[in-house]
Design a protein around this ligand. Structure first.
Ligand code: CA2
Length: 152
């Protein structure tokens, strides 16, 4: 089977508030800006993007399962579920697609409960604390993993 030239972009709970609340932590860009960034970075390499944000864990998991058949990889900012969700981690490892984990803020400089990620060791790419621009770099690195290219 040929590898689909499509990525799934997943944003978890509360990320719909990007650019609306807490700009000091998360910046002024909106979720629509994030989706555009990822779409542009992917399009330059000939990939399209299916984007989803949800505040509901089960919706995220269903979307991850659906990606198994028609996506080549997953860019995900799981939001607070990063630090709590074995279920989300199991979904990501279950579909066995390459994963890029993104965090806008530097979670390691924040509260101790943000220092552990259940997703980290099932992700091939980690981009943390680079602001919204980190989504574009994560997308490029993920495509490198998918296409077998060296990191550039
Ligand atoms: O830095 C990140 O990207 C986080 O994944 C964001 C999560 C947080 O729980 C993680 O520890 C780090 C929170 C997402 C909530 O996003 C908001 C955006 C604007 C206003 C309020 C919340």
């Amino acid at each position: 089977m040929t590898t689909p030239r499509r990525l799934l972009l997943v944003n978890g709970p509360n990320l719909n508030l990007l650019g609306i609340r807490e700009p000091d932590v998360y910046g002024h860009d909106t979720l629509a800006d994030v989706q555009r960034l990822v779409e542009d970075a992917a399009a330059r390499r000939g990939f399209e993007v299916r984007a989803l944000q949800s505040n509901h864990e089960g919706v995220l998991i269903d979307a991850i399962h659906a990606a198994r058949t028609d996506c080549a990889g997953i860019v995900i900012n799981p939001g607070g579920l990063t630090h709590t969700s074995v279920v989300l981690r199991d979904a990501l490892s279950g579909v066995a697609l390459p994963v890029a984990e993104v965090h806008i803020s530097n979670v390691y400089e924040r509260e101790p409960f943000r220092h552990h990620s259940y997703v980290a060791d099932v992700a091939a790419v980690h981009v943390i604390g680079e602001g919204v621009g980190g989504y574009a770099r994560a997308t490029r690195l993920l495509i490198d993993v998918i296409t077998g290219a060296a990191e550039g």
